[in-house]
Design a protein around this ligand. Structure first.
Ligand SMILES: Cc1cc2nc3c(=O)[nH]c(=O)nc-3n(C[C@H](O)[C@H](O)[C@H](O)COP(=O)(O)O)c2cc1C
Length: 159
């Protein structure tokens, strides 16, 4: 099973989630975890599972993740299992009720990543998932690293 985890991270929280996912997937020799700017597009070839994660910024993935997804050709993920995650603000950490409403209804990065991966032929193995930070720069809410590990184990088991 050849697995690639591609992530972006501004403050380090999404990076922590990416590594928690990678640690949970067992045998290291076939699991590679790369920051998006270090990924050559040829890395996509021959994968069994591609997991992509981004901080949610303005309801979307980062520019670097969006550009990476655009570089994958239309059928580039045919036969590849895919999964998507993001990090996002814990709603109760936002003081303003107006802002809370905007963040809640604006949408999150994981869904648009998943849609793009599916569009390129990938088979989504688990629903897109968001992991929570308690402020813009973090830290992660307690228990999120463990929740990410559990989520990834489902992604790798589903055929
Ligand atoms: C410019 C900016 C825009 C953001 N937009 C959103 C947003 O639309 N929704 C949300 O839930 N969190 C938003 N956040 C909070 C980020 O999701 C949070 O900074 C991120 O999860 C931290 O991950 P990182 O440490 O990997 O960068 C935003 C943060 C910044 C700085």
């Amino acid at each position: 099973m050849k697995v690639l985890i591609v992530y972006d991270s501004v403050f380090g929280n999404t990076e922590q989630i990416a590594h928690a996912i990678s640690d949970s997937l067992g045998s290291k020799e076939n699991v590679e975890t790369l920051r998006v700017n270090d990924v050559r597009i040829e890395k996509i070839t021959g994968l069994d599972l591609l997991i992509v994660g981004s901080p949610t910024r303005g309801f979307r993935p980062t520019k670097a993740i969006t550009n990476f997804l655009k570089r994958i050709s239309t059928n580039g993920l045919n036969g590849v299992r895919v999964a998507a995650f993001d990090t996002r603000l814990l709603l109760s950490s936002i003081d303003s009720s107006v802002l809370r409403f905007i963040v809640k209804t604006g949408g999150y990065a994981a869904k648009s990543i998943a849609n793009r991966l599916k569009k390129n032929g990938g088979n989504l193995t688990v629903p897109p998932e968001g992991f929570l930070v308690t402020g813009e720069e973090g830290p992660l809410k307690d228990g999120e690293l463990e929740r990410a590990a559990d989520w990834a184990k489902i992604a790798i088991k589903v055929q």
